[in-house]
Each structure stands twice: as structure tokens, then as C-alpha cells.
Design a binder for this molecule. Sequence first.
Ligand code: B12
Length: 501
Amino acid sequence: MFSDLCSPAGMSEAPALNDRLRTGPAVSRMALLINPFYRKDPHGSFGKHVLTPTLALTSIAAATPLGWQVRYWDENLLKGPPPHRPFPQVVGITVHLTFARRAYELARWYRARGAKVVLGGLHVLSCPEECAPHADALALGEGVQTWPQILHDVERGCLKPRYEGSYDWHFRHDPPPERAILPRRDFLTTASLIATRGCKNRCTFCYLATRGLKMPCQRREAEDVAREFAATGEPYGVFTDNNLGANRLYLRELCRALRPLEKIWSAAVTINVTDDETLVREMALAGCTGVFVGFESLSAQNLNDVGKNTPHPQDYARRVAIFHHYGMQVNGSFVFGFDHDGPDVFERTADWIEENRLECATFHILTPYPGTPLFDDLRRQGRLLHKNWELYDTAHAVFRPLLMTPEQLDAGYSRCYRRLFTLSSIWKRRPLTLKETIPYVAMSLLYKRANRLWPLVIRHGLTHALWRPLVEVSRRRHVEFRRHLCEHPQTSQSLLVAPGV
Ligand code: B12
């Protein structure tokens, strides 16, 4: 197992596009959907990028009208630039700010050869004027309702420059994502799931606070979600919801629907779900082996400033122990660079993570996404350093923090990842029993110490095969754990291993 901080070429540079390449005529009613390449942060795990696919493209693929063929291409699977044979009539590209430039390059390439290019995604919603010159049509907001309309208009030769989809749309009636277009062996699991939409919090830094983005809280029928998960045939699922625990009654209902599947899953929840321990127990009984918790900061002042409705950080440790008690690994998400963060924040946070044995931690440098209140505030205060979106990837300081320099912020962030990825830190955070320690260590080494191996694994499509045995071991152990939990509700025996939540 290896770890180093220089990015292998495949992880830092997009594949070259051949400008001299000639393509055949466009095949009518053929659409190509692309997830563009983005540069990977060498501090984090490269394995993170092949855990599970974005739902953006499979969701719109499912809404494709009859008579159209759809192909999927994810440049992050390191198989080269997207295909051109057969040449598609329409190319749909999902755009986030970090890979906007790559999306524009791809758009230029396909448009020059006669394809109609449609751009959609979060960055199109927050910066439509920037995106417009690069596309034949923009899809703003929700895409499941606009995609069929766009394709009909292409057929009739009357494509409009802009389509708008509202998040008021009842997504519980949406067709399940079209997973058959995904290369299954290239991901740990293709079961990316979504059960709810929106969030009651309005944290000033979150993408959900983007101007013009109105995403009311909505839920899908719990039974439909369970049916969809069962149909994937995957033993492990990842909920991509912003906060699966936003509505406790619903989460309980969902857990009851998932329980008979005997599968395992992980989800992002706020720490508030531990208010009700019986709910955490329901999650465990339903197969939840890992939670991704946005702690954001251990400073109550910071949390207050950004408007996050959360228990006091002094109570976080007790609440983490509740998850552990019910056999869930905790992946804590922390943001650095808030106004009350001084240069000591990094070591303090890393100490806390080790003390509380968080199996995994994800660090982010505070990043003002365009269109959010945070972006507007920092711009007004003259604290933005530049608008090079590629560096707005939460791994680079793009603004001047109050209590340290941008260089200190960058360096502290790197130090935290380096420290948490060391063998000694992995060991300090091991579970309490030997039986659990062995799979935990295996999983941690693969996730955190194998960045030299990952490009090979990804390029050769070995991701699924590599993780599969570990996932199956986790699943079986978890089924056993659930049985134990039912029979002895009072005992604690954390025993699972869920890959990188
Ligand atoms: C899964 C996921 C990942 C996966 C896969 C990412 C990928 N691009 O392949 C992994 C784990 C690898 C990942 C990594 C990162 N991610 Co991420 N990720 C997500 C997550 C949880 C779910 C995405 C998803 O499936 N959404 C559901 C789909 C259905 O929604 P959607 O993408 O908006 O698509 C809809 C519309 O926008 C539209 N649409 C979208 N594309 C298109 C295209 C066309 C043609 C049309 C017509 C319509 C259309 O239709 C869709 C259906 O309505 C989101 C949070 C979230 N809940 O959305 C964050 C999120 C997208 N990630 C984010 C970030 C910042 C990152 C990272 C940069 C940093 C980090 N610290 O994690 C890295 C690196 C990626 C990068 N450099 O861009 C941010 C993006 C912020 C922004 N303003 O761009 C988000 C919003 C999280 C957040 N809270 O800030 N991520």
C-alpha cells in the first residue's frame, strides 16, 4: 500500500481532445451524457471518486423519450475522452463549478462537429450567463422535466436557448434512475439513492443557499425507495440526500421499508438524529453501517455565524458514541476557514477526531460558491482572491480568512489529511475488538493509503471486484449484528465496516 502527495497524471489532467479528428455524421436520436473530468485532490482518497456515480445523468437518462438511445461517459473513470463513434446528435453535460472549464472544452469539441450541446447542473443554475456561450441550450434547475422537452425540440428543429425546471415538481413520481447505462464494474456500487430533497437549514455556505435555487423539502414513498434499492442488485447503497434524517418520522418509515432487504447502506445525516436513540437503532436494524455527518466546526460561534441549527459541539462526542454503539462508522465532515478559526483549529480538530475514534474524516476549506450569501459577503468585504472556479474545490483557500493567512489555511488543511491518513492515526481510531479491527484496517489501507494503486484500479475497471469481497463480509457481519441487536437490545457491539461512507 502506498501513499504520496503528487498526483499521477491521470488524476490531475483531463484526457486530450484531438482537434484534427474527423467524425462521421450524427446518428439521429442518439444522446451522449457526460460527467466531465475534474482534478483530484491528492490529500484525499482517489478511491472516493469511484464509490458511487452522480445521480444527475442517470436521472435524466430515465426521462429520455422512447425512440432515443442514450450513452453514458464518465471521464473520471480514466478511460479517455468521451466517445465519438457513433457520433451523437445531442450531448448532455453536467456542470459543477470545479469542472466547468472542462465542460466548455468538451462542448466546443462536439459542437464543432455538429452535435447539439446541452449544459445542465448546479453551475448552470448559479452562473447561466457564463455558461450560455458554450451551449446550444441550457437546462436550469431540475432536469427530469426539461430533458424530454429538449429532445422533442431537437427532433422538431426548434431547440430553445434556455429551459427551466422547477424543484416544486413532484419527484416522487420520477422514474427510477436508469442505472443500466452505467459501467457497473467501475464503481464500488452503482446504487446511488435519493429519498428526500431539500433541507430545513439555510447555512450561508451551502449550495442549497444559492440564489434562485428553491428546493422545497420533498420525500419519495419509502416503499418505492426500497424497491428501487432491491432492483439494483447491489449489496451496498449510498444515499446522496443532503440530510436523510431531516424528517424523523419519514426516516423511521424508510428504515422499516429497507429492513427486510438485508442490505447495507450509508447516508448523510445531521448529528441531530441522535436526539432520538430509538431512531438510530432503527437505522442500524435497517442496515445503516455508516453516517456522513457535517459537523462543520467544533466552534459554536462559527456554527452560529453560518446559521447551522445543531446541538452544541460540546455534546458531539456523546452523540458520536451513540452511532458507534449501534455499529455505525462515522465519517465526520469539517470545514476550515470560518471567521473564528485561528491557526490552532487544525490540530484541535484532528485531536478531537482521534479522541472520538471517528473512522473517517473529510476536510474542506470553506469555499464560497457563486450565488450563495457567503460568496456575496466575501466579495463585498473584498476578501475573494480570484474566480478561478477550478480551485473552488474545497481543497484550496480562495478567500482571505480573518484569523490566518490563505497559506496557513492551505497548509493546515494538508496537515490534517496527512495526519489522519498515517498508520498511527488509523490505528488510534480502530474499533474496540480485534474481530472488528482486521476489516477496519483492511478497508482503511485500501481507502487511505493506496493512492498510487487507485489510478490502475480505476483505469482497468477493477473497483467493483476489489471492494466486493469486503462489502460482502461487512454485509454478512451486519446481518448478524442486527440479529444480535434484536435479541439483546442493551448490548453494544460495533462490528461493521462500511466503505468510506
Ligand atoms: C455524489 C456526489 C459526489 C460524488 C460524485 C461526483 C461526480 N460529479 O461524479 C463524489 C463523492 C466523487 C463527489 C466529489 C466531490 N464533490 Co460532490 N456531491 C455529490 C452529491 C452528494 C450528490 C450528487 C447527486 O447525485 N445529486 C443528485 C442529482 C440528481 O442532482 P443534480 O446533480 O443537481 O442534477 C439535477 C439537475 O441539476 C439537473 N442536471 C444536472 N446535470 C444535468 C445535465 C443535463 C444535460 C440536464 C438536462 C440536466 C442536468 O438534472 C438533475 C435532475 O434534476 C452532491 C450533493 C447533492 N445532494 O446533490 C455533492 C456536490 C455536488 N459535491 C460537491 C463538491 C464541492 C464536491 C467536491 C469538489 C469536493 C468535496 N469536498 O467533496 C468533490 C470533487 C468533485 C469535483 N471536483 O467537482 C458540491 C458541489 C458544489 C457546487 N456548487 O458545485 C455538492 C453540491 C455538495 C455540497 N454540499 O456542496 N461528489
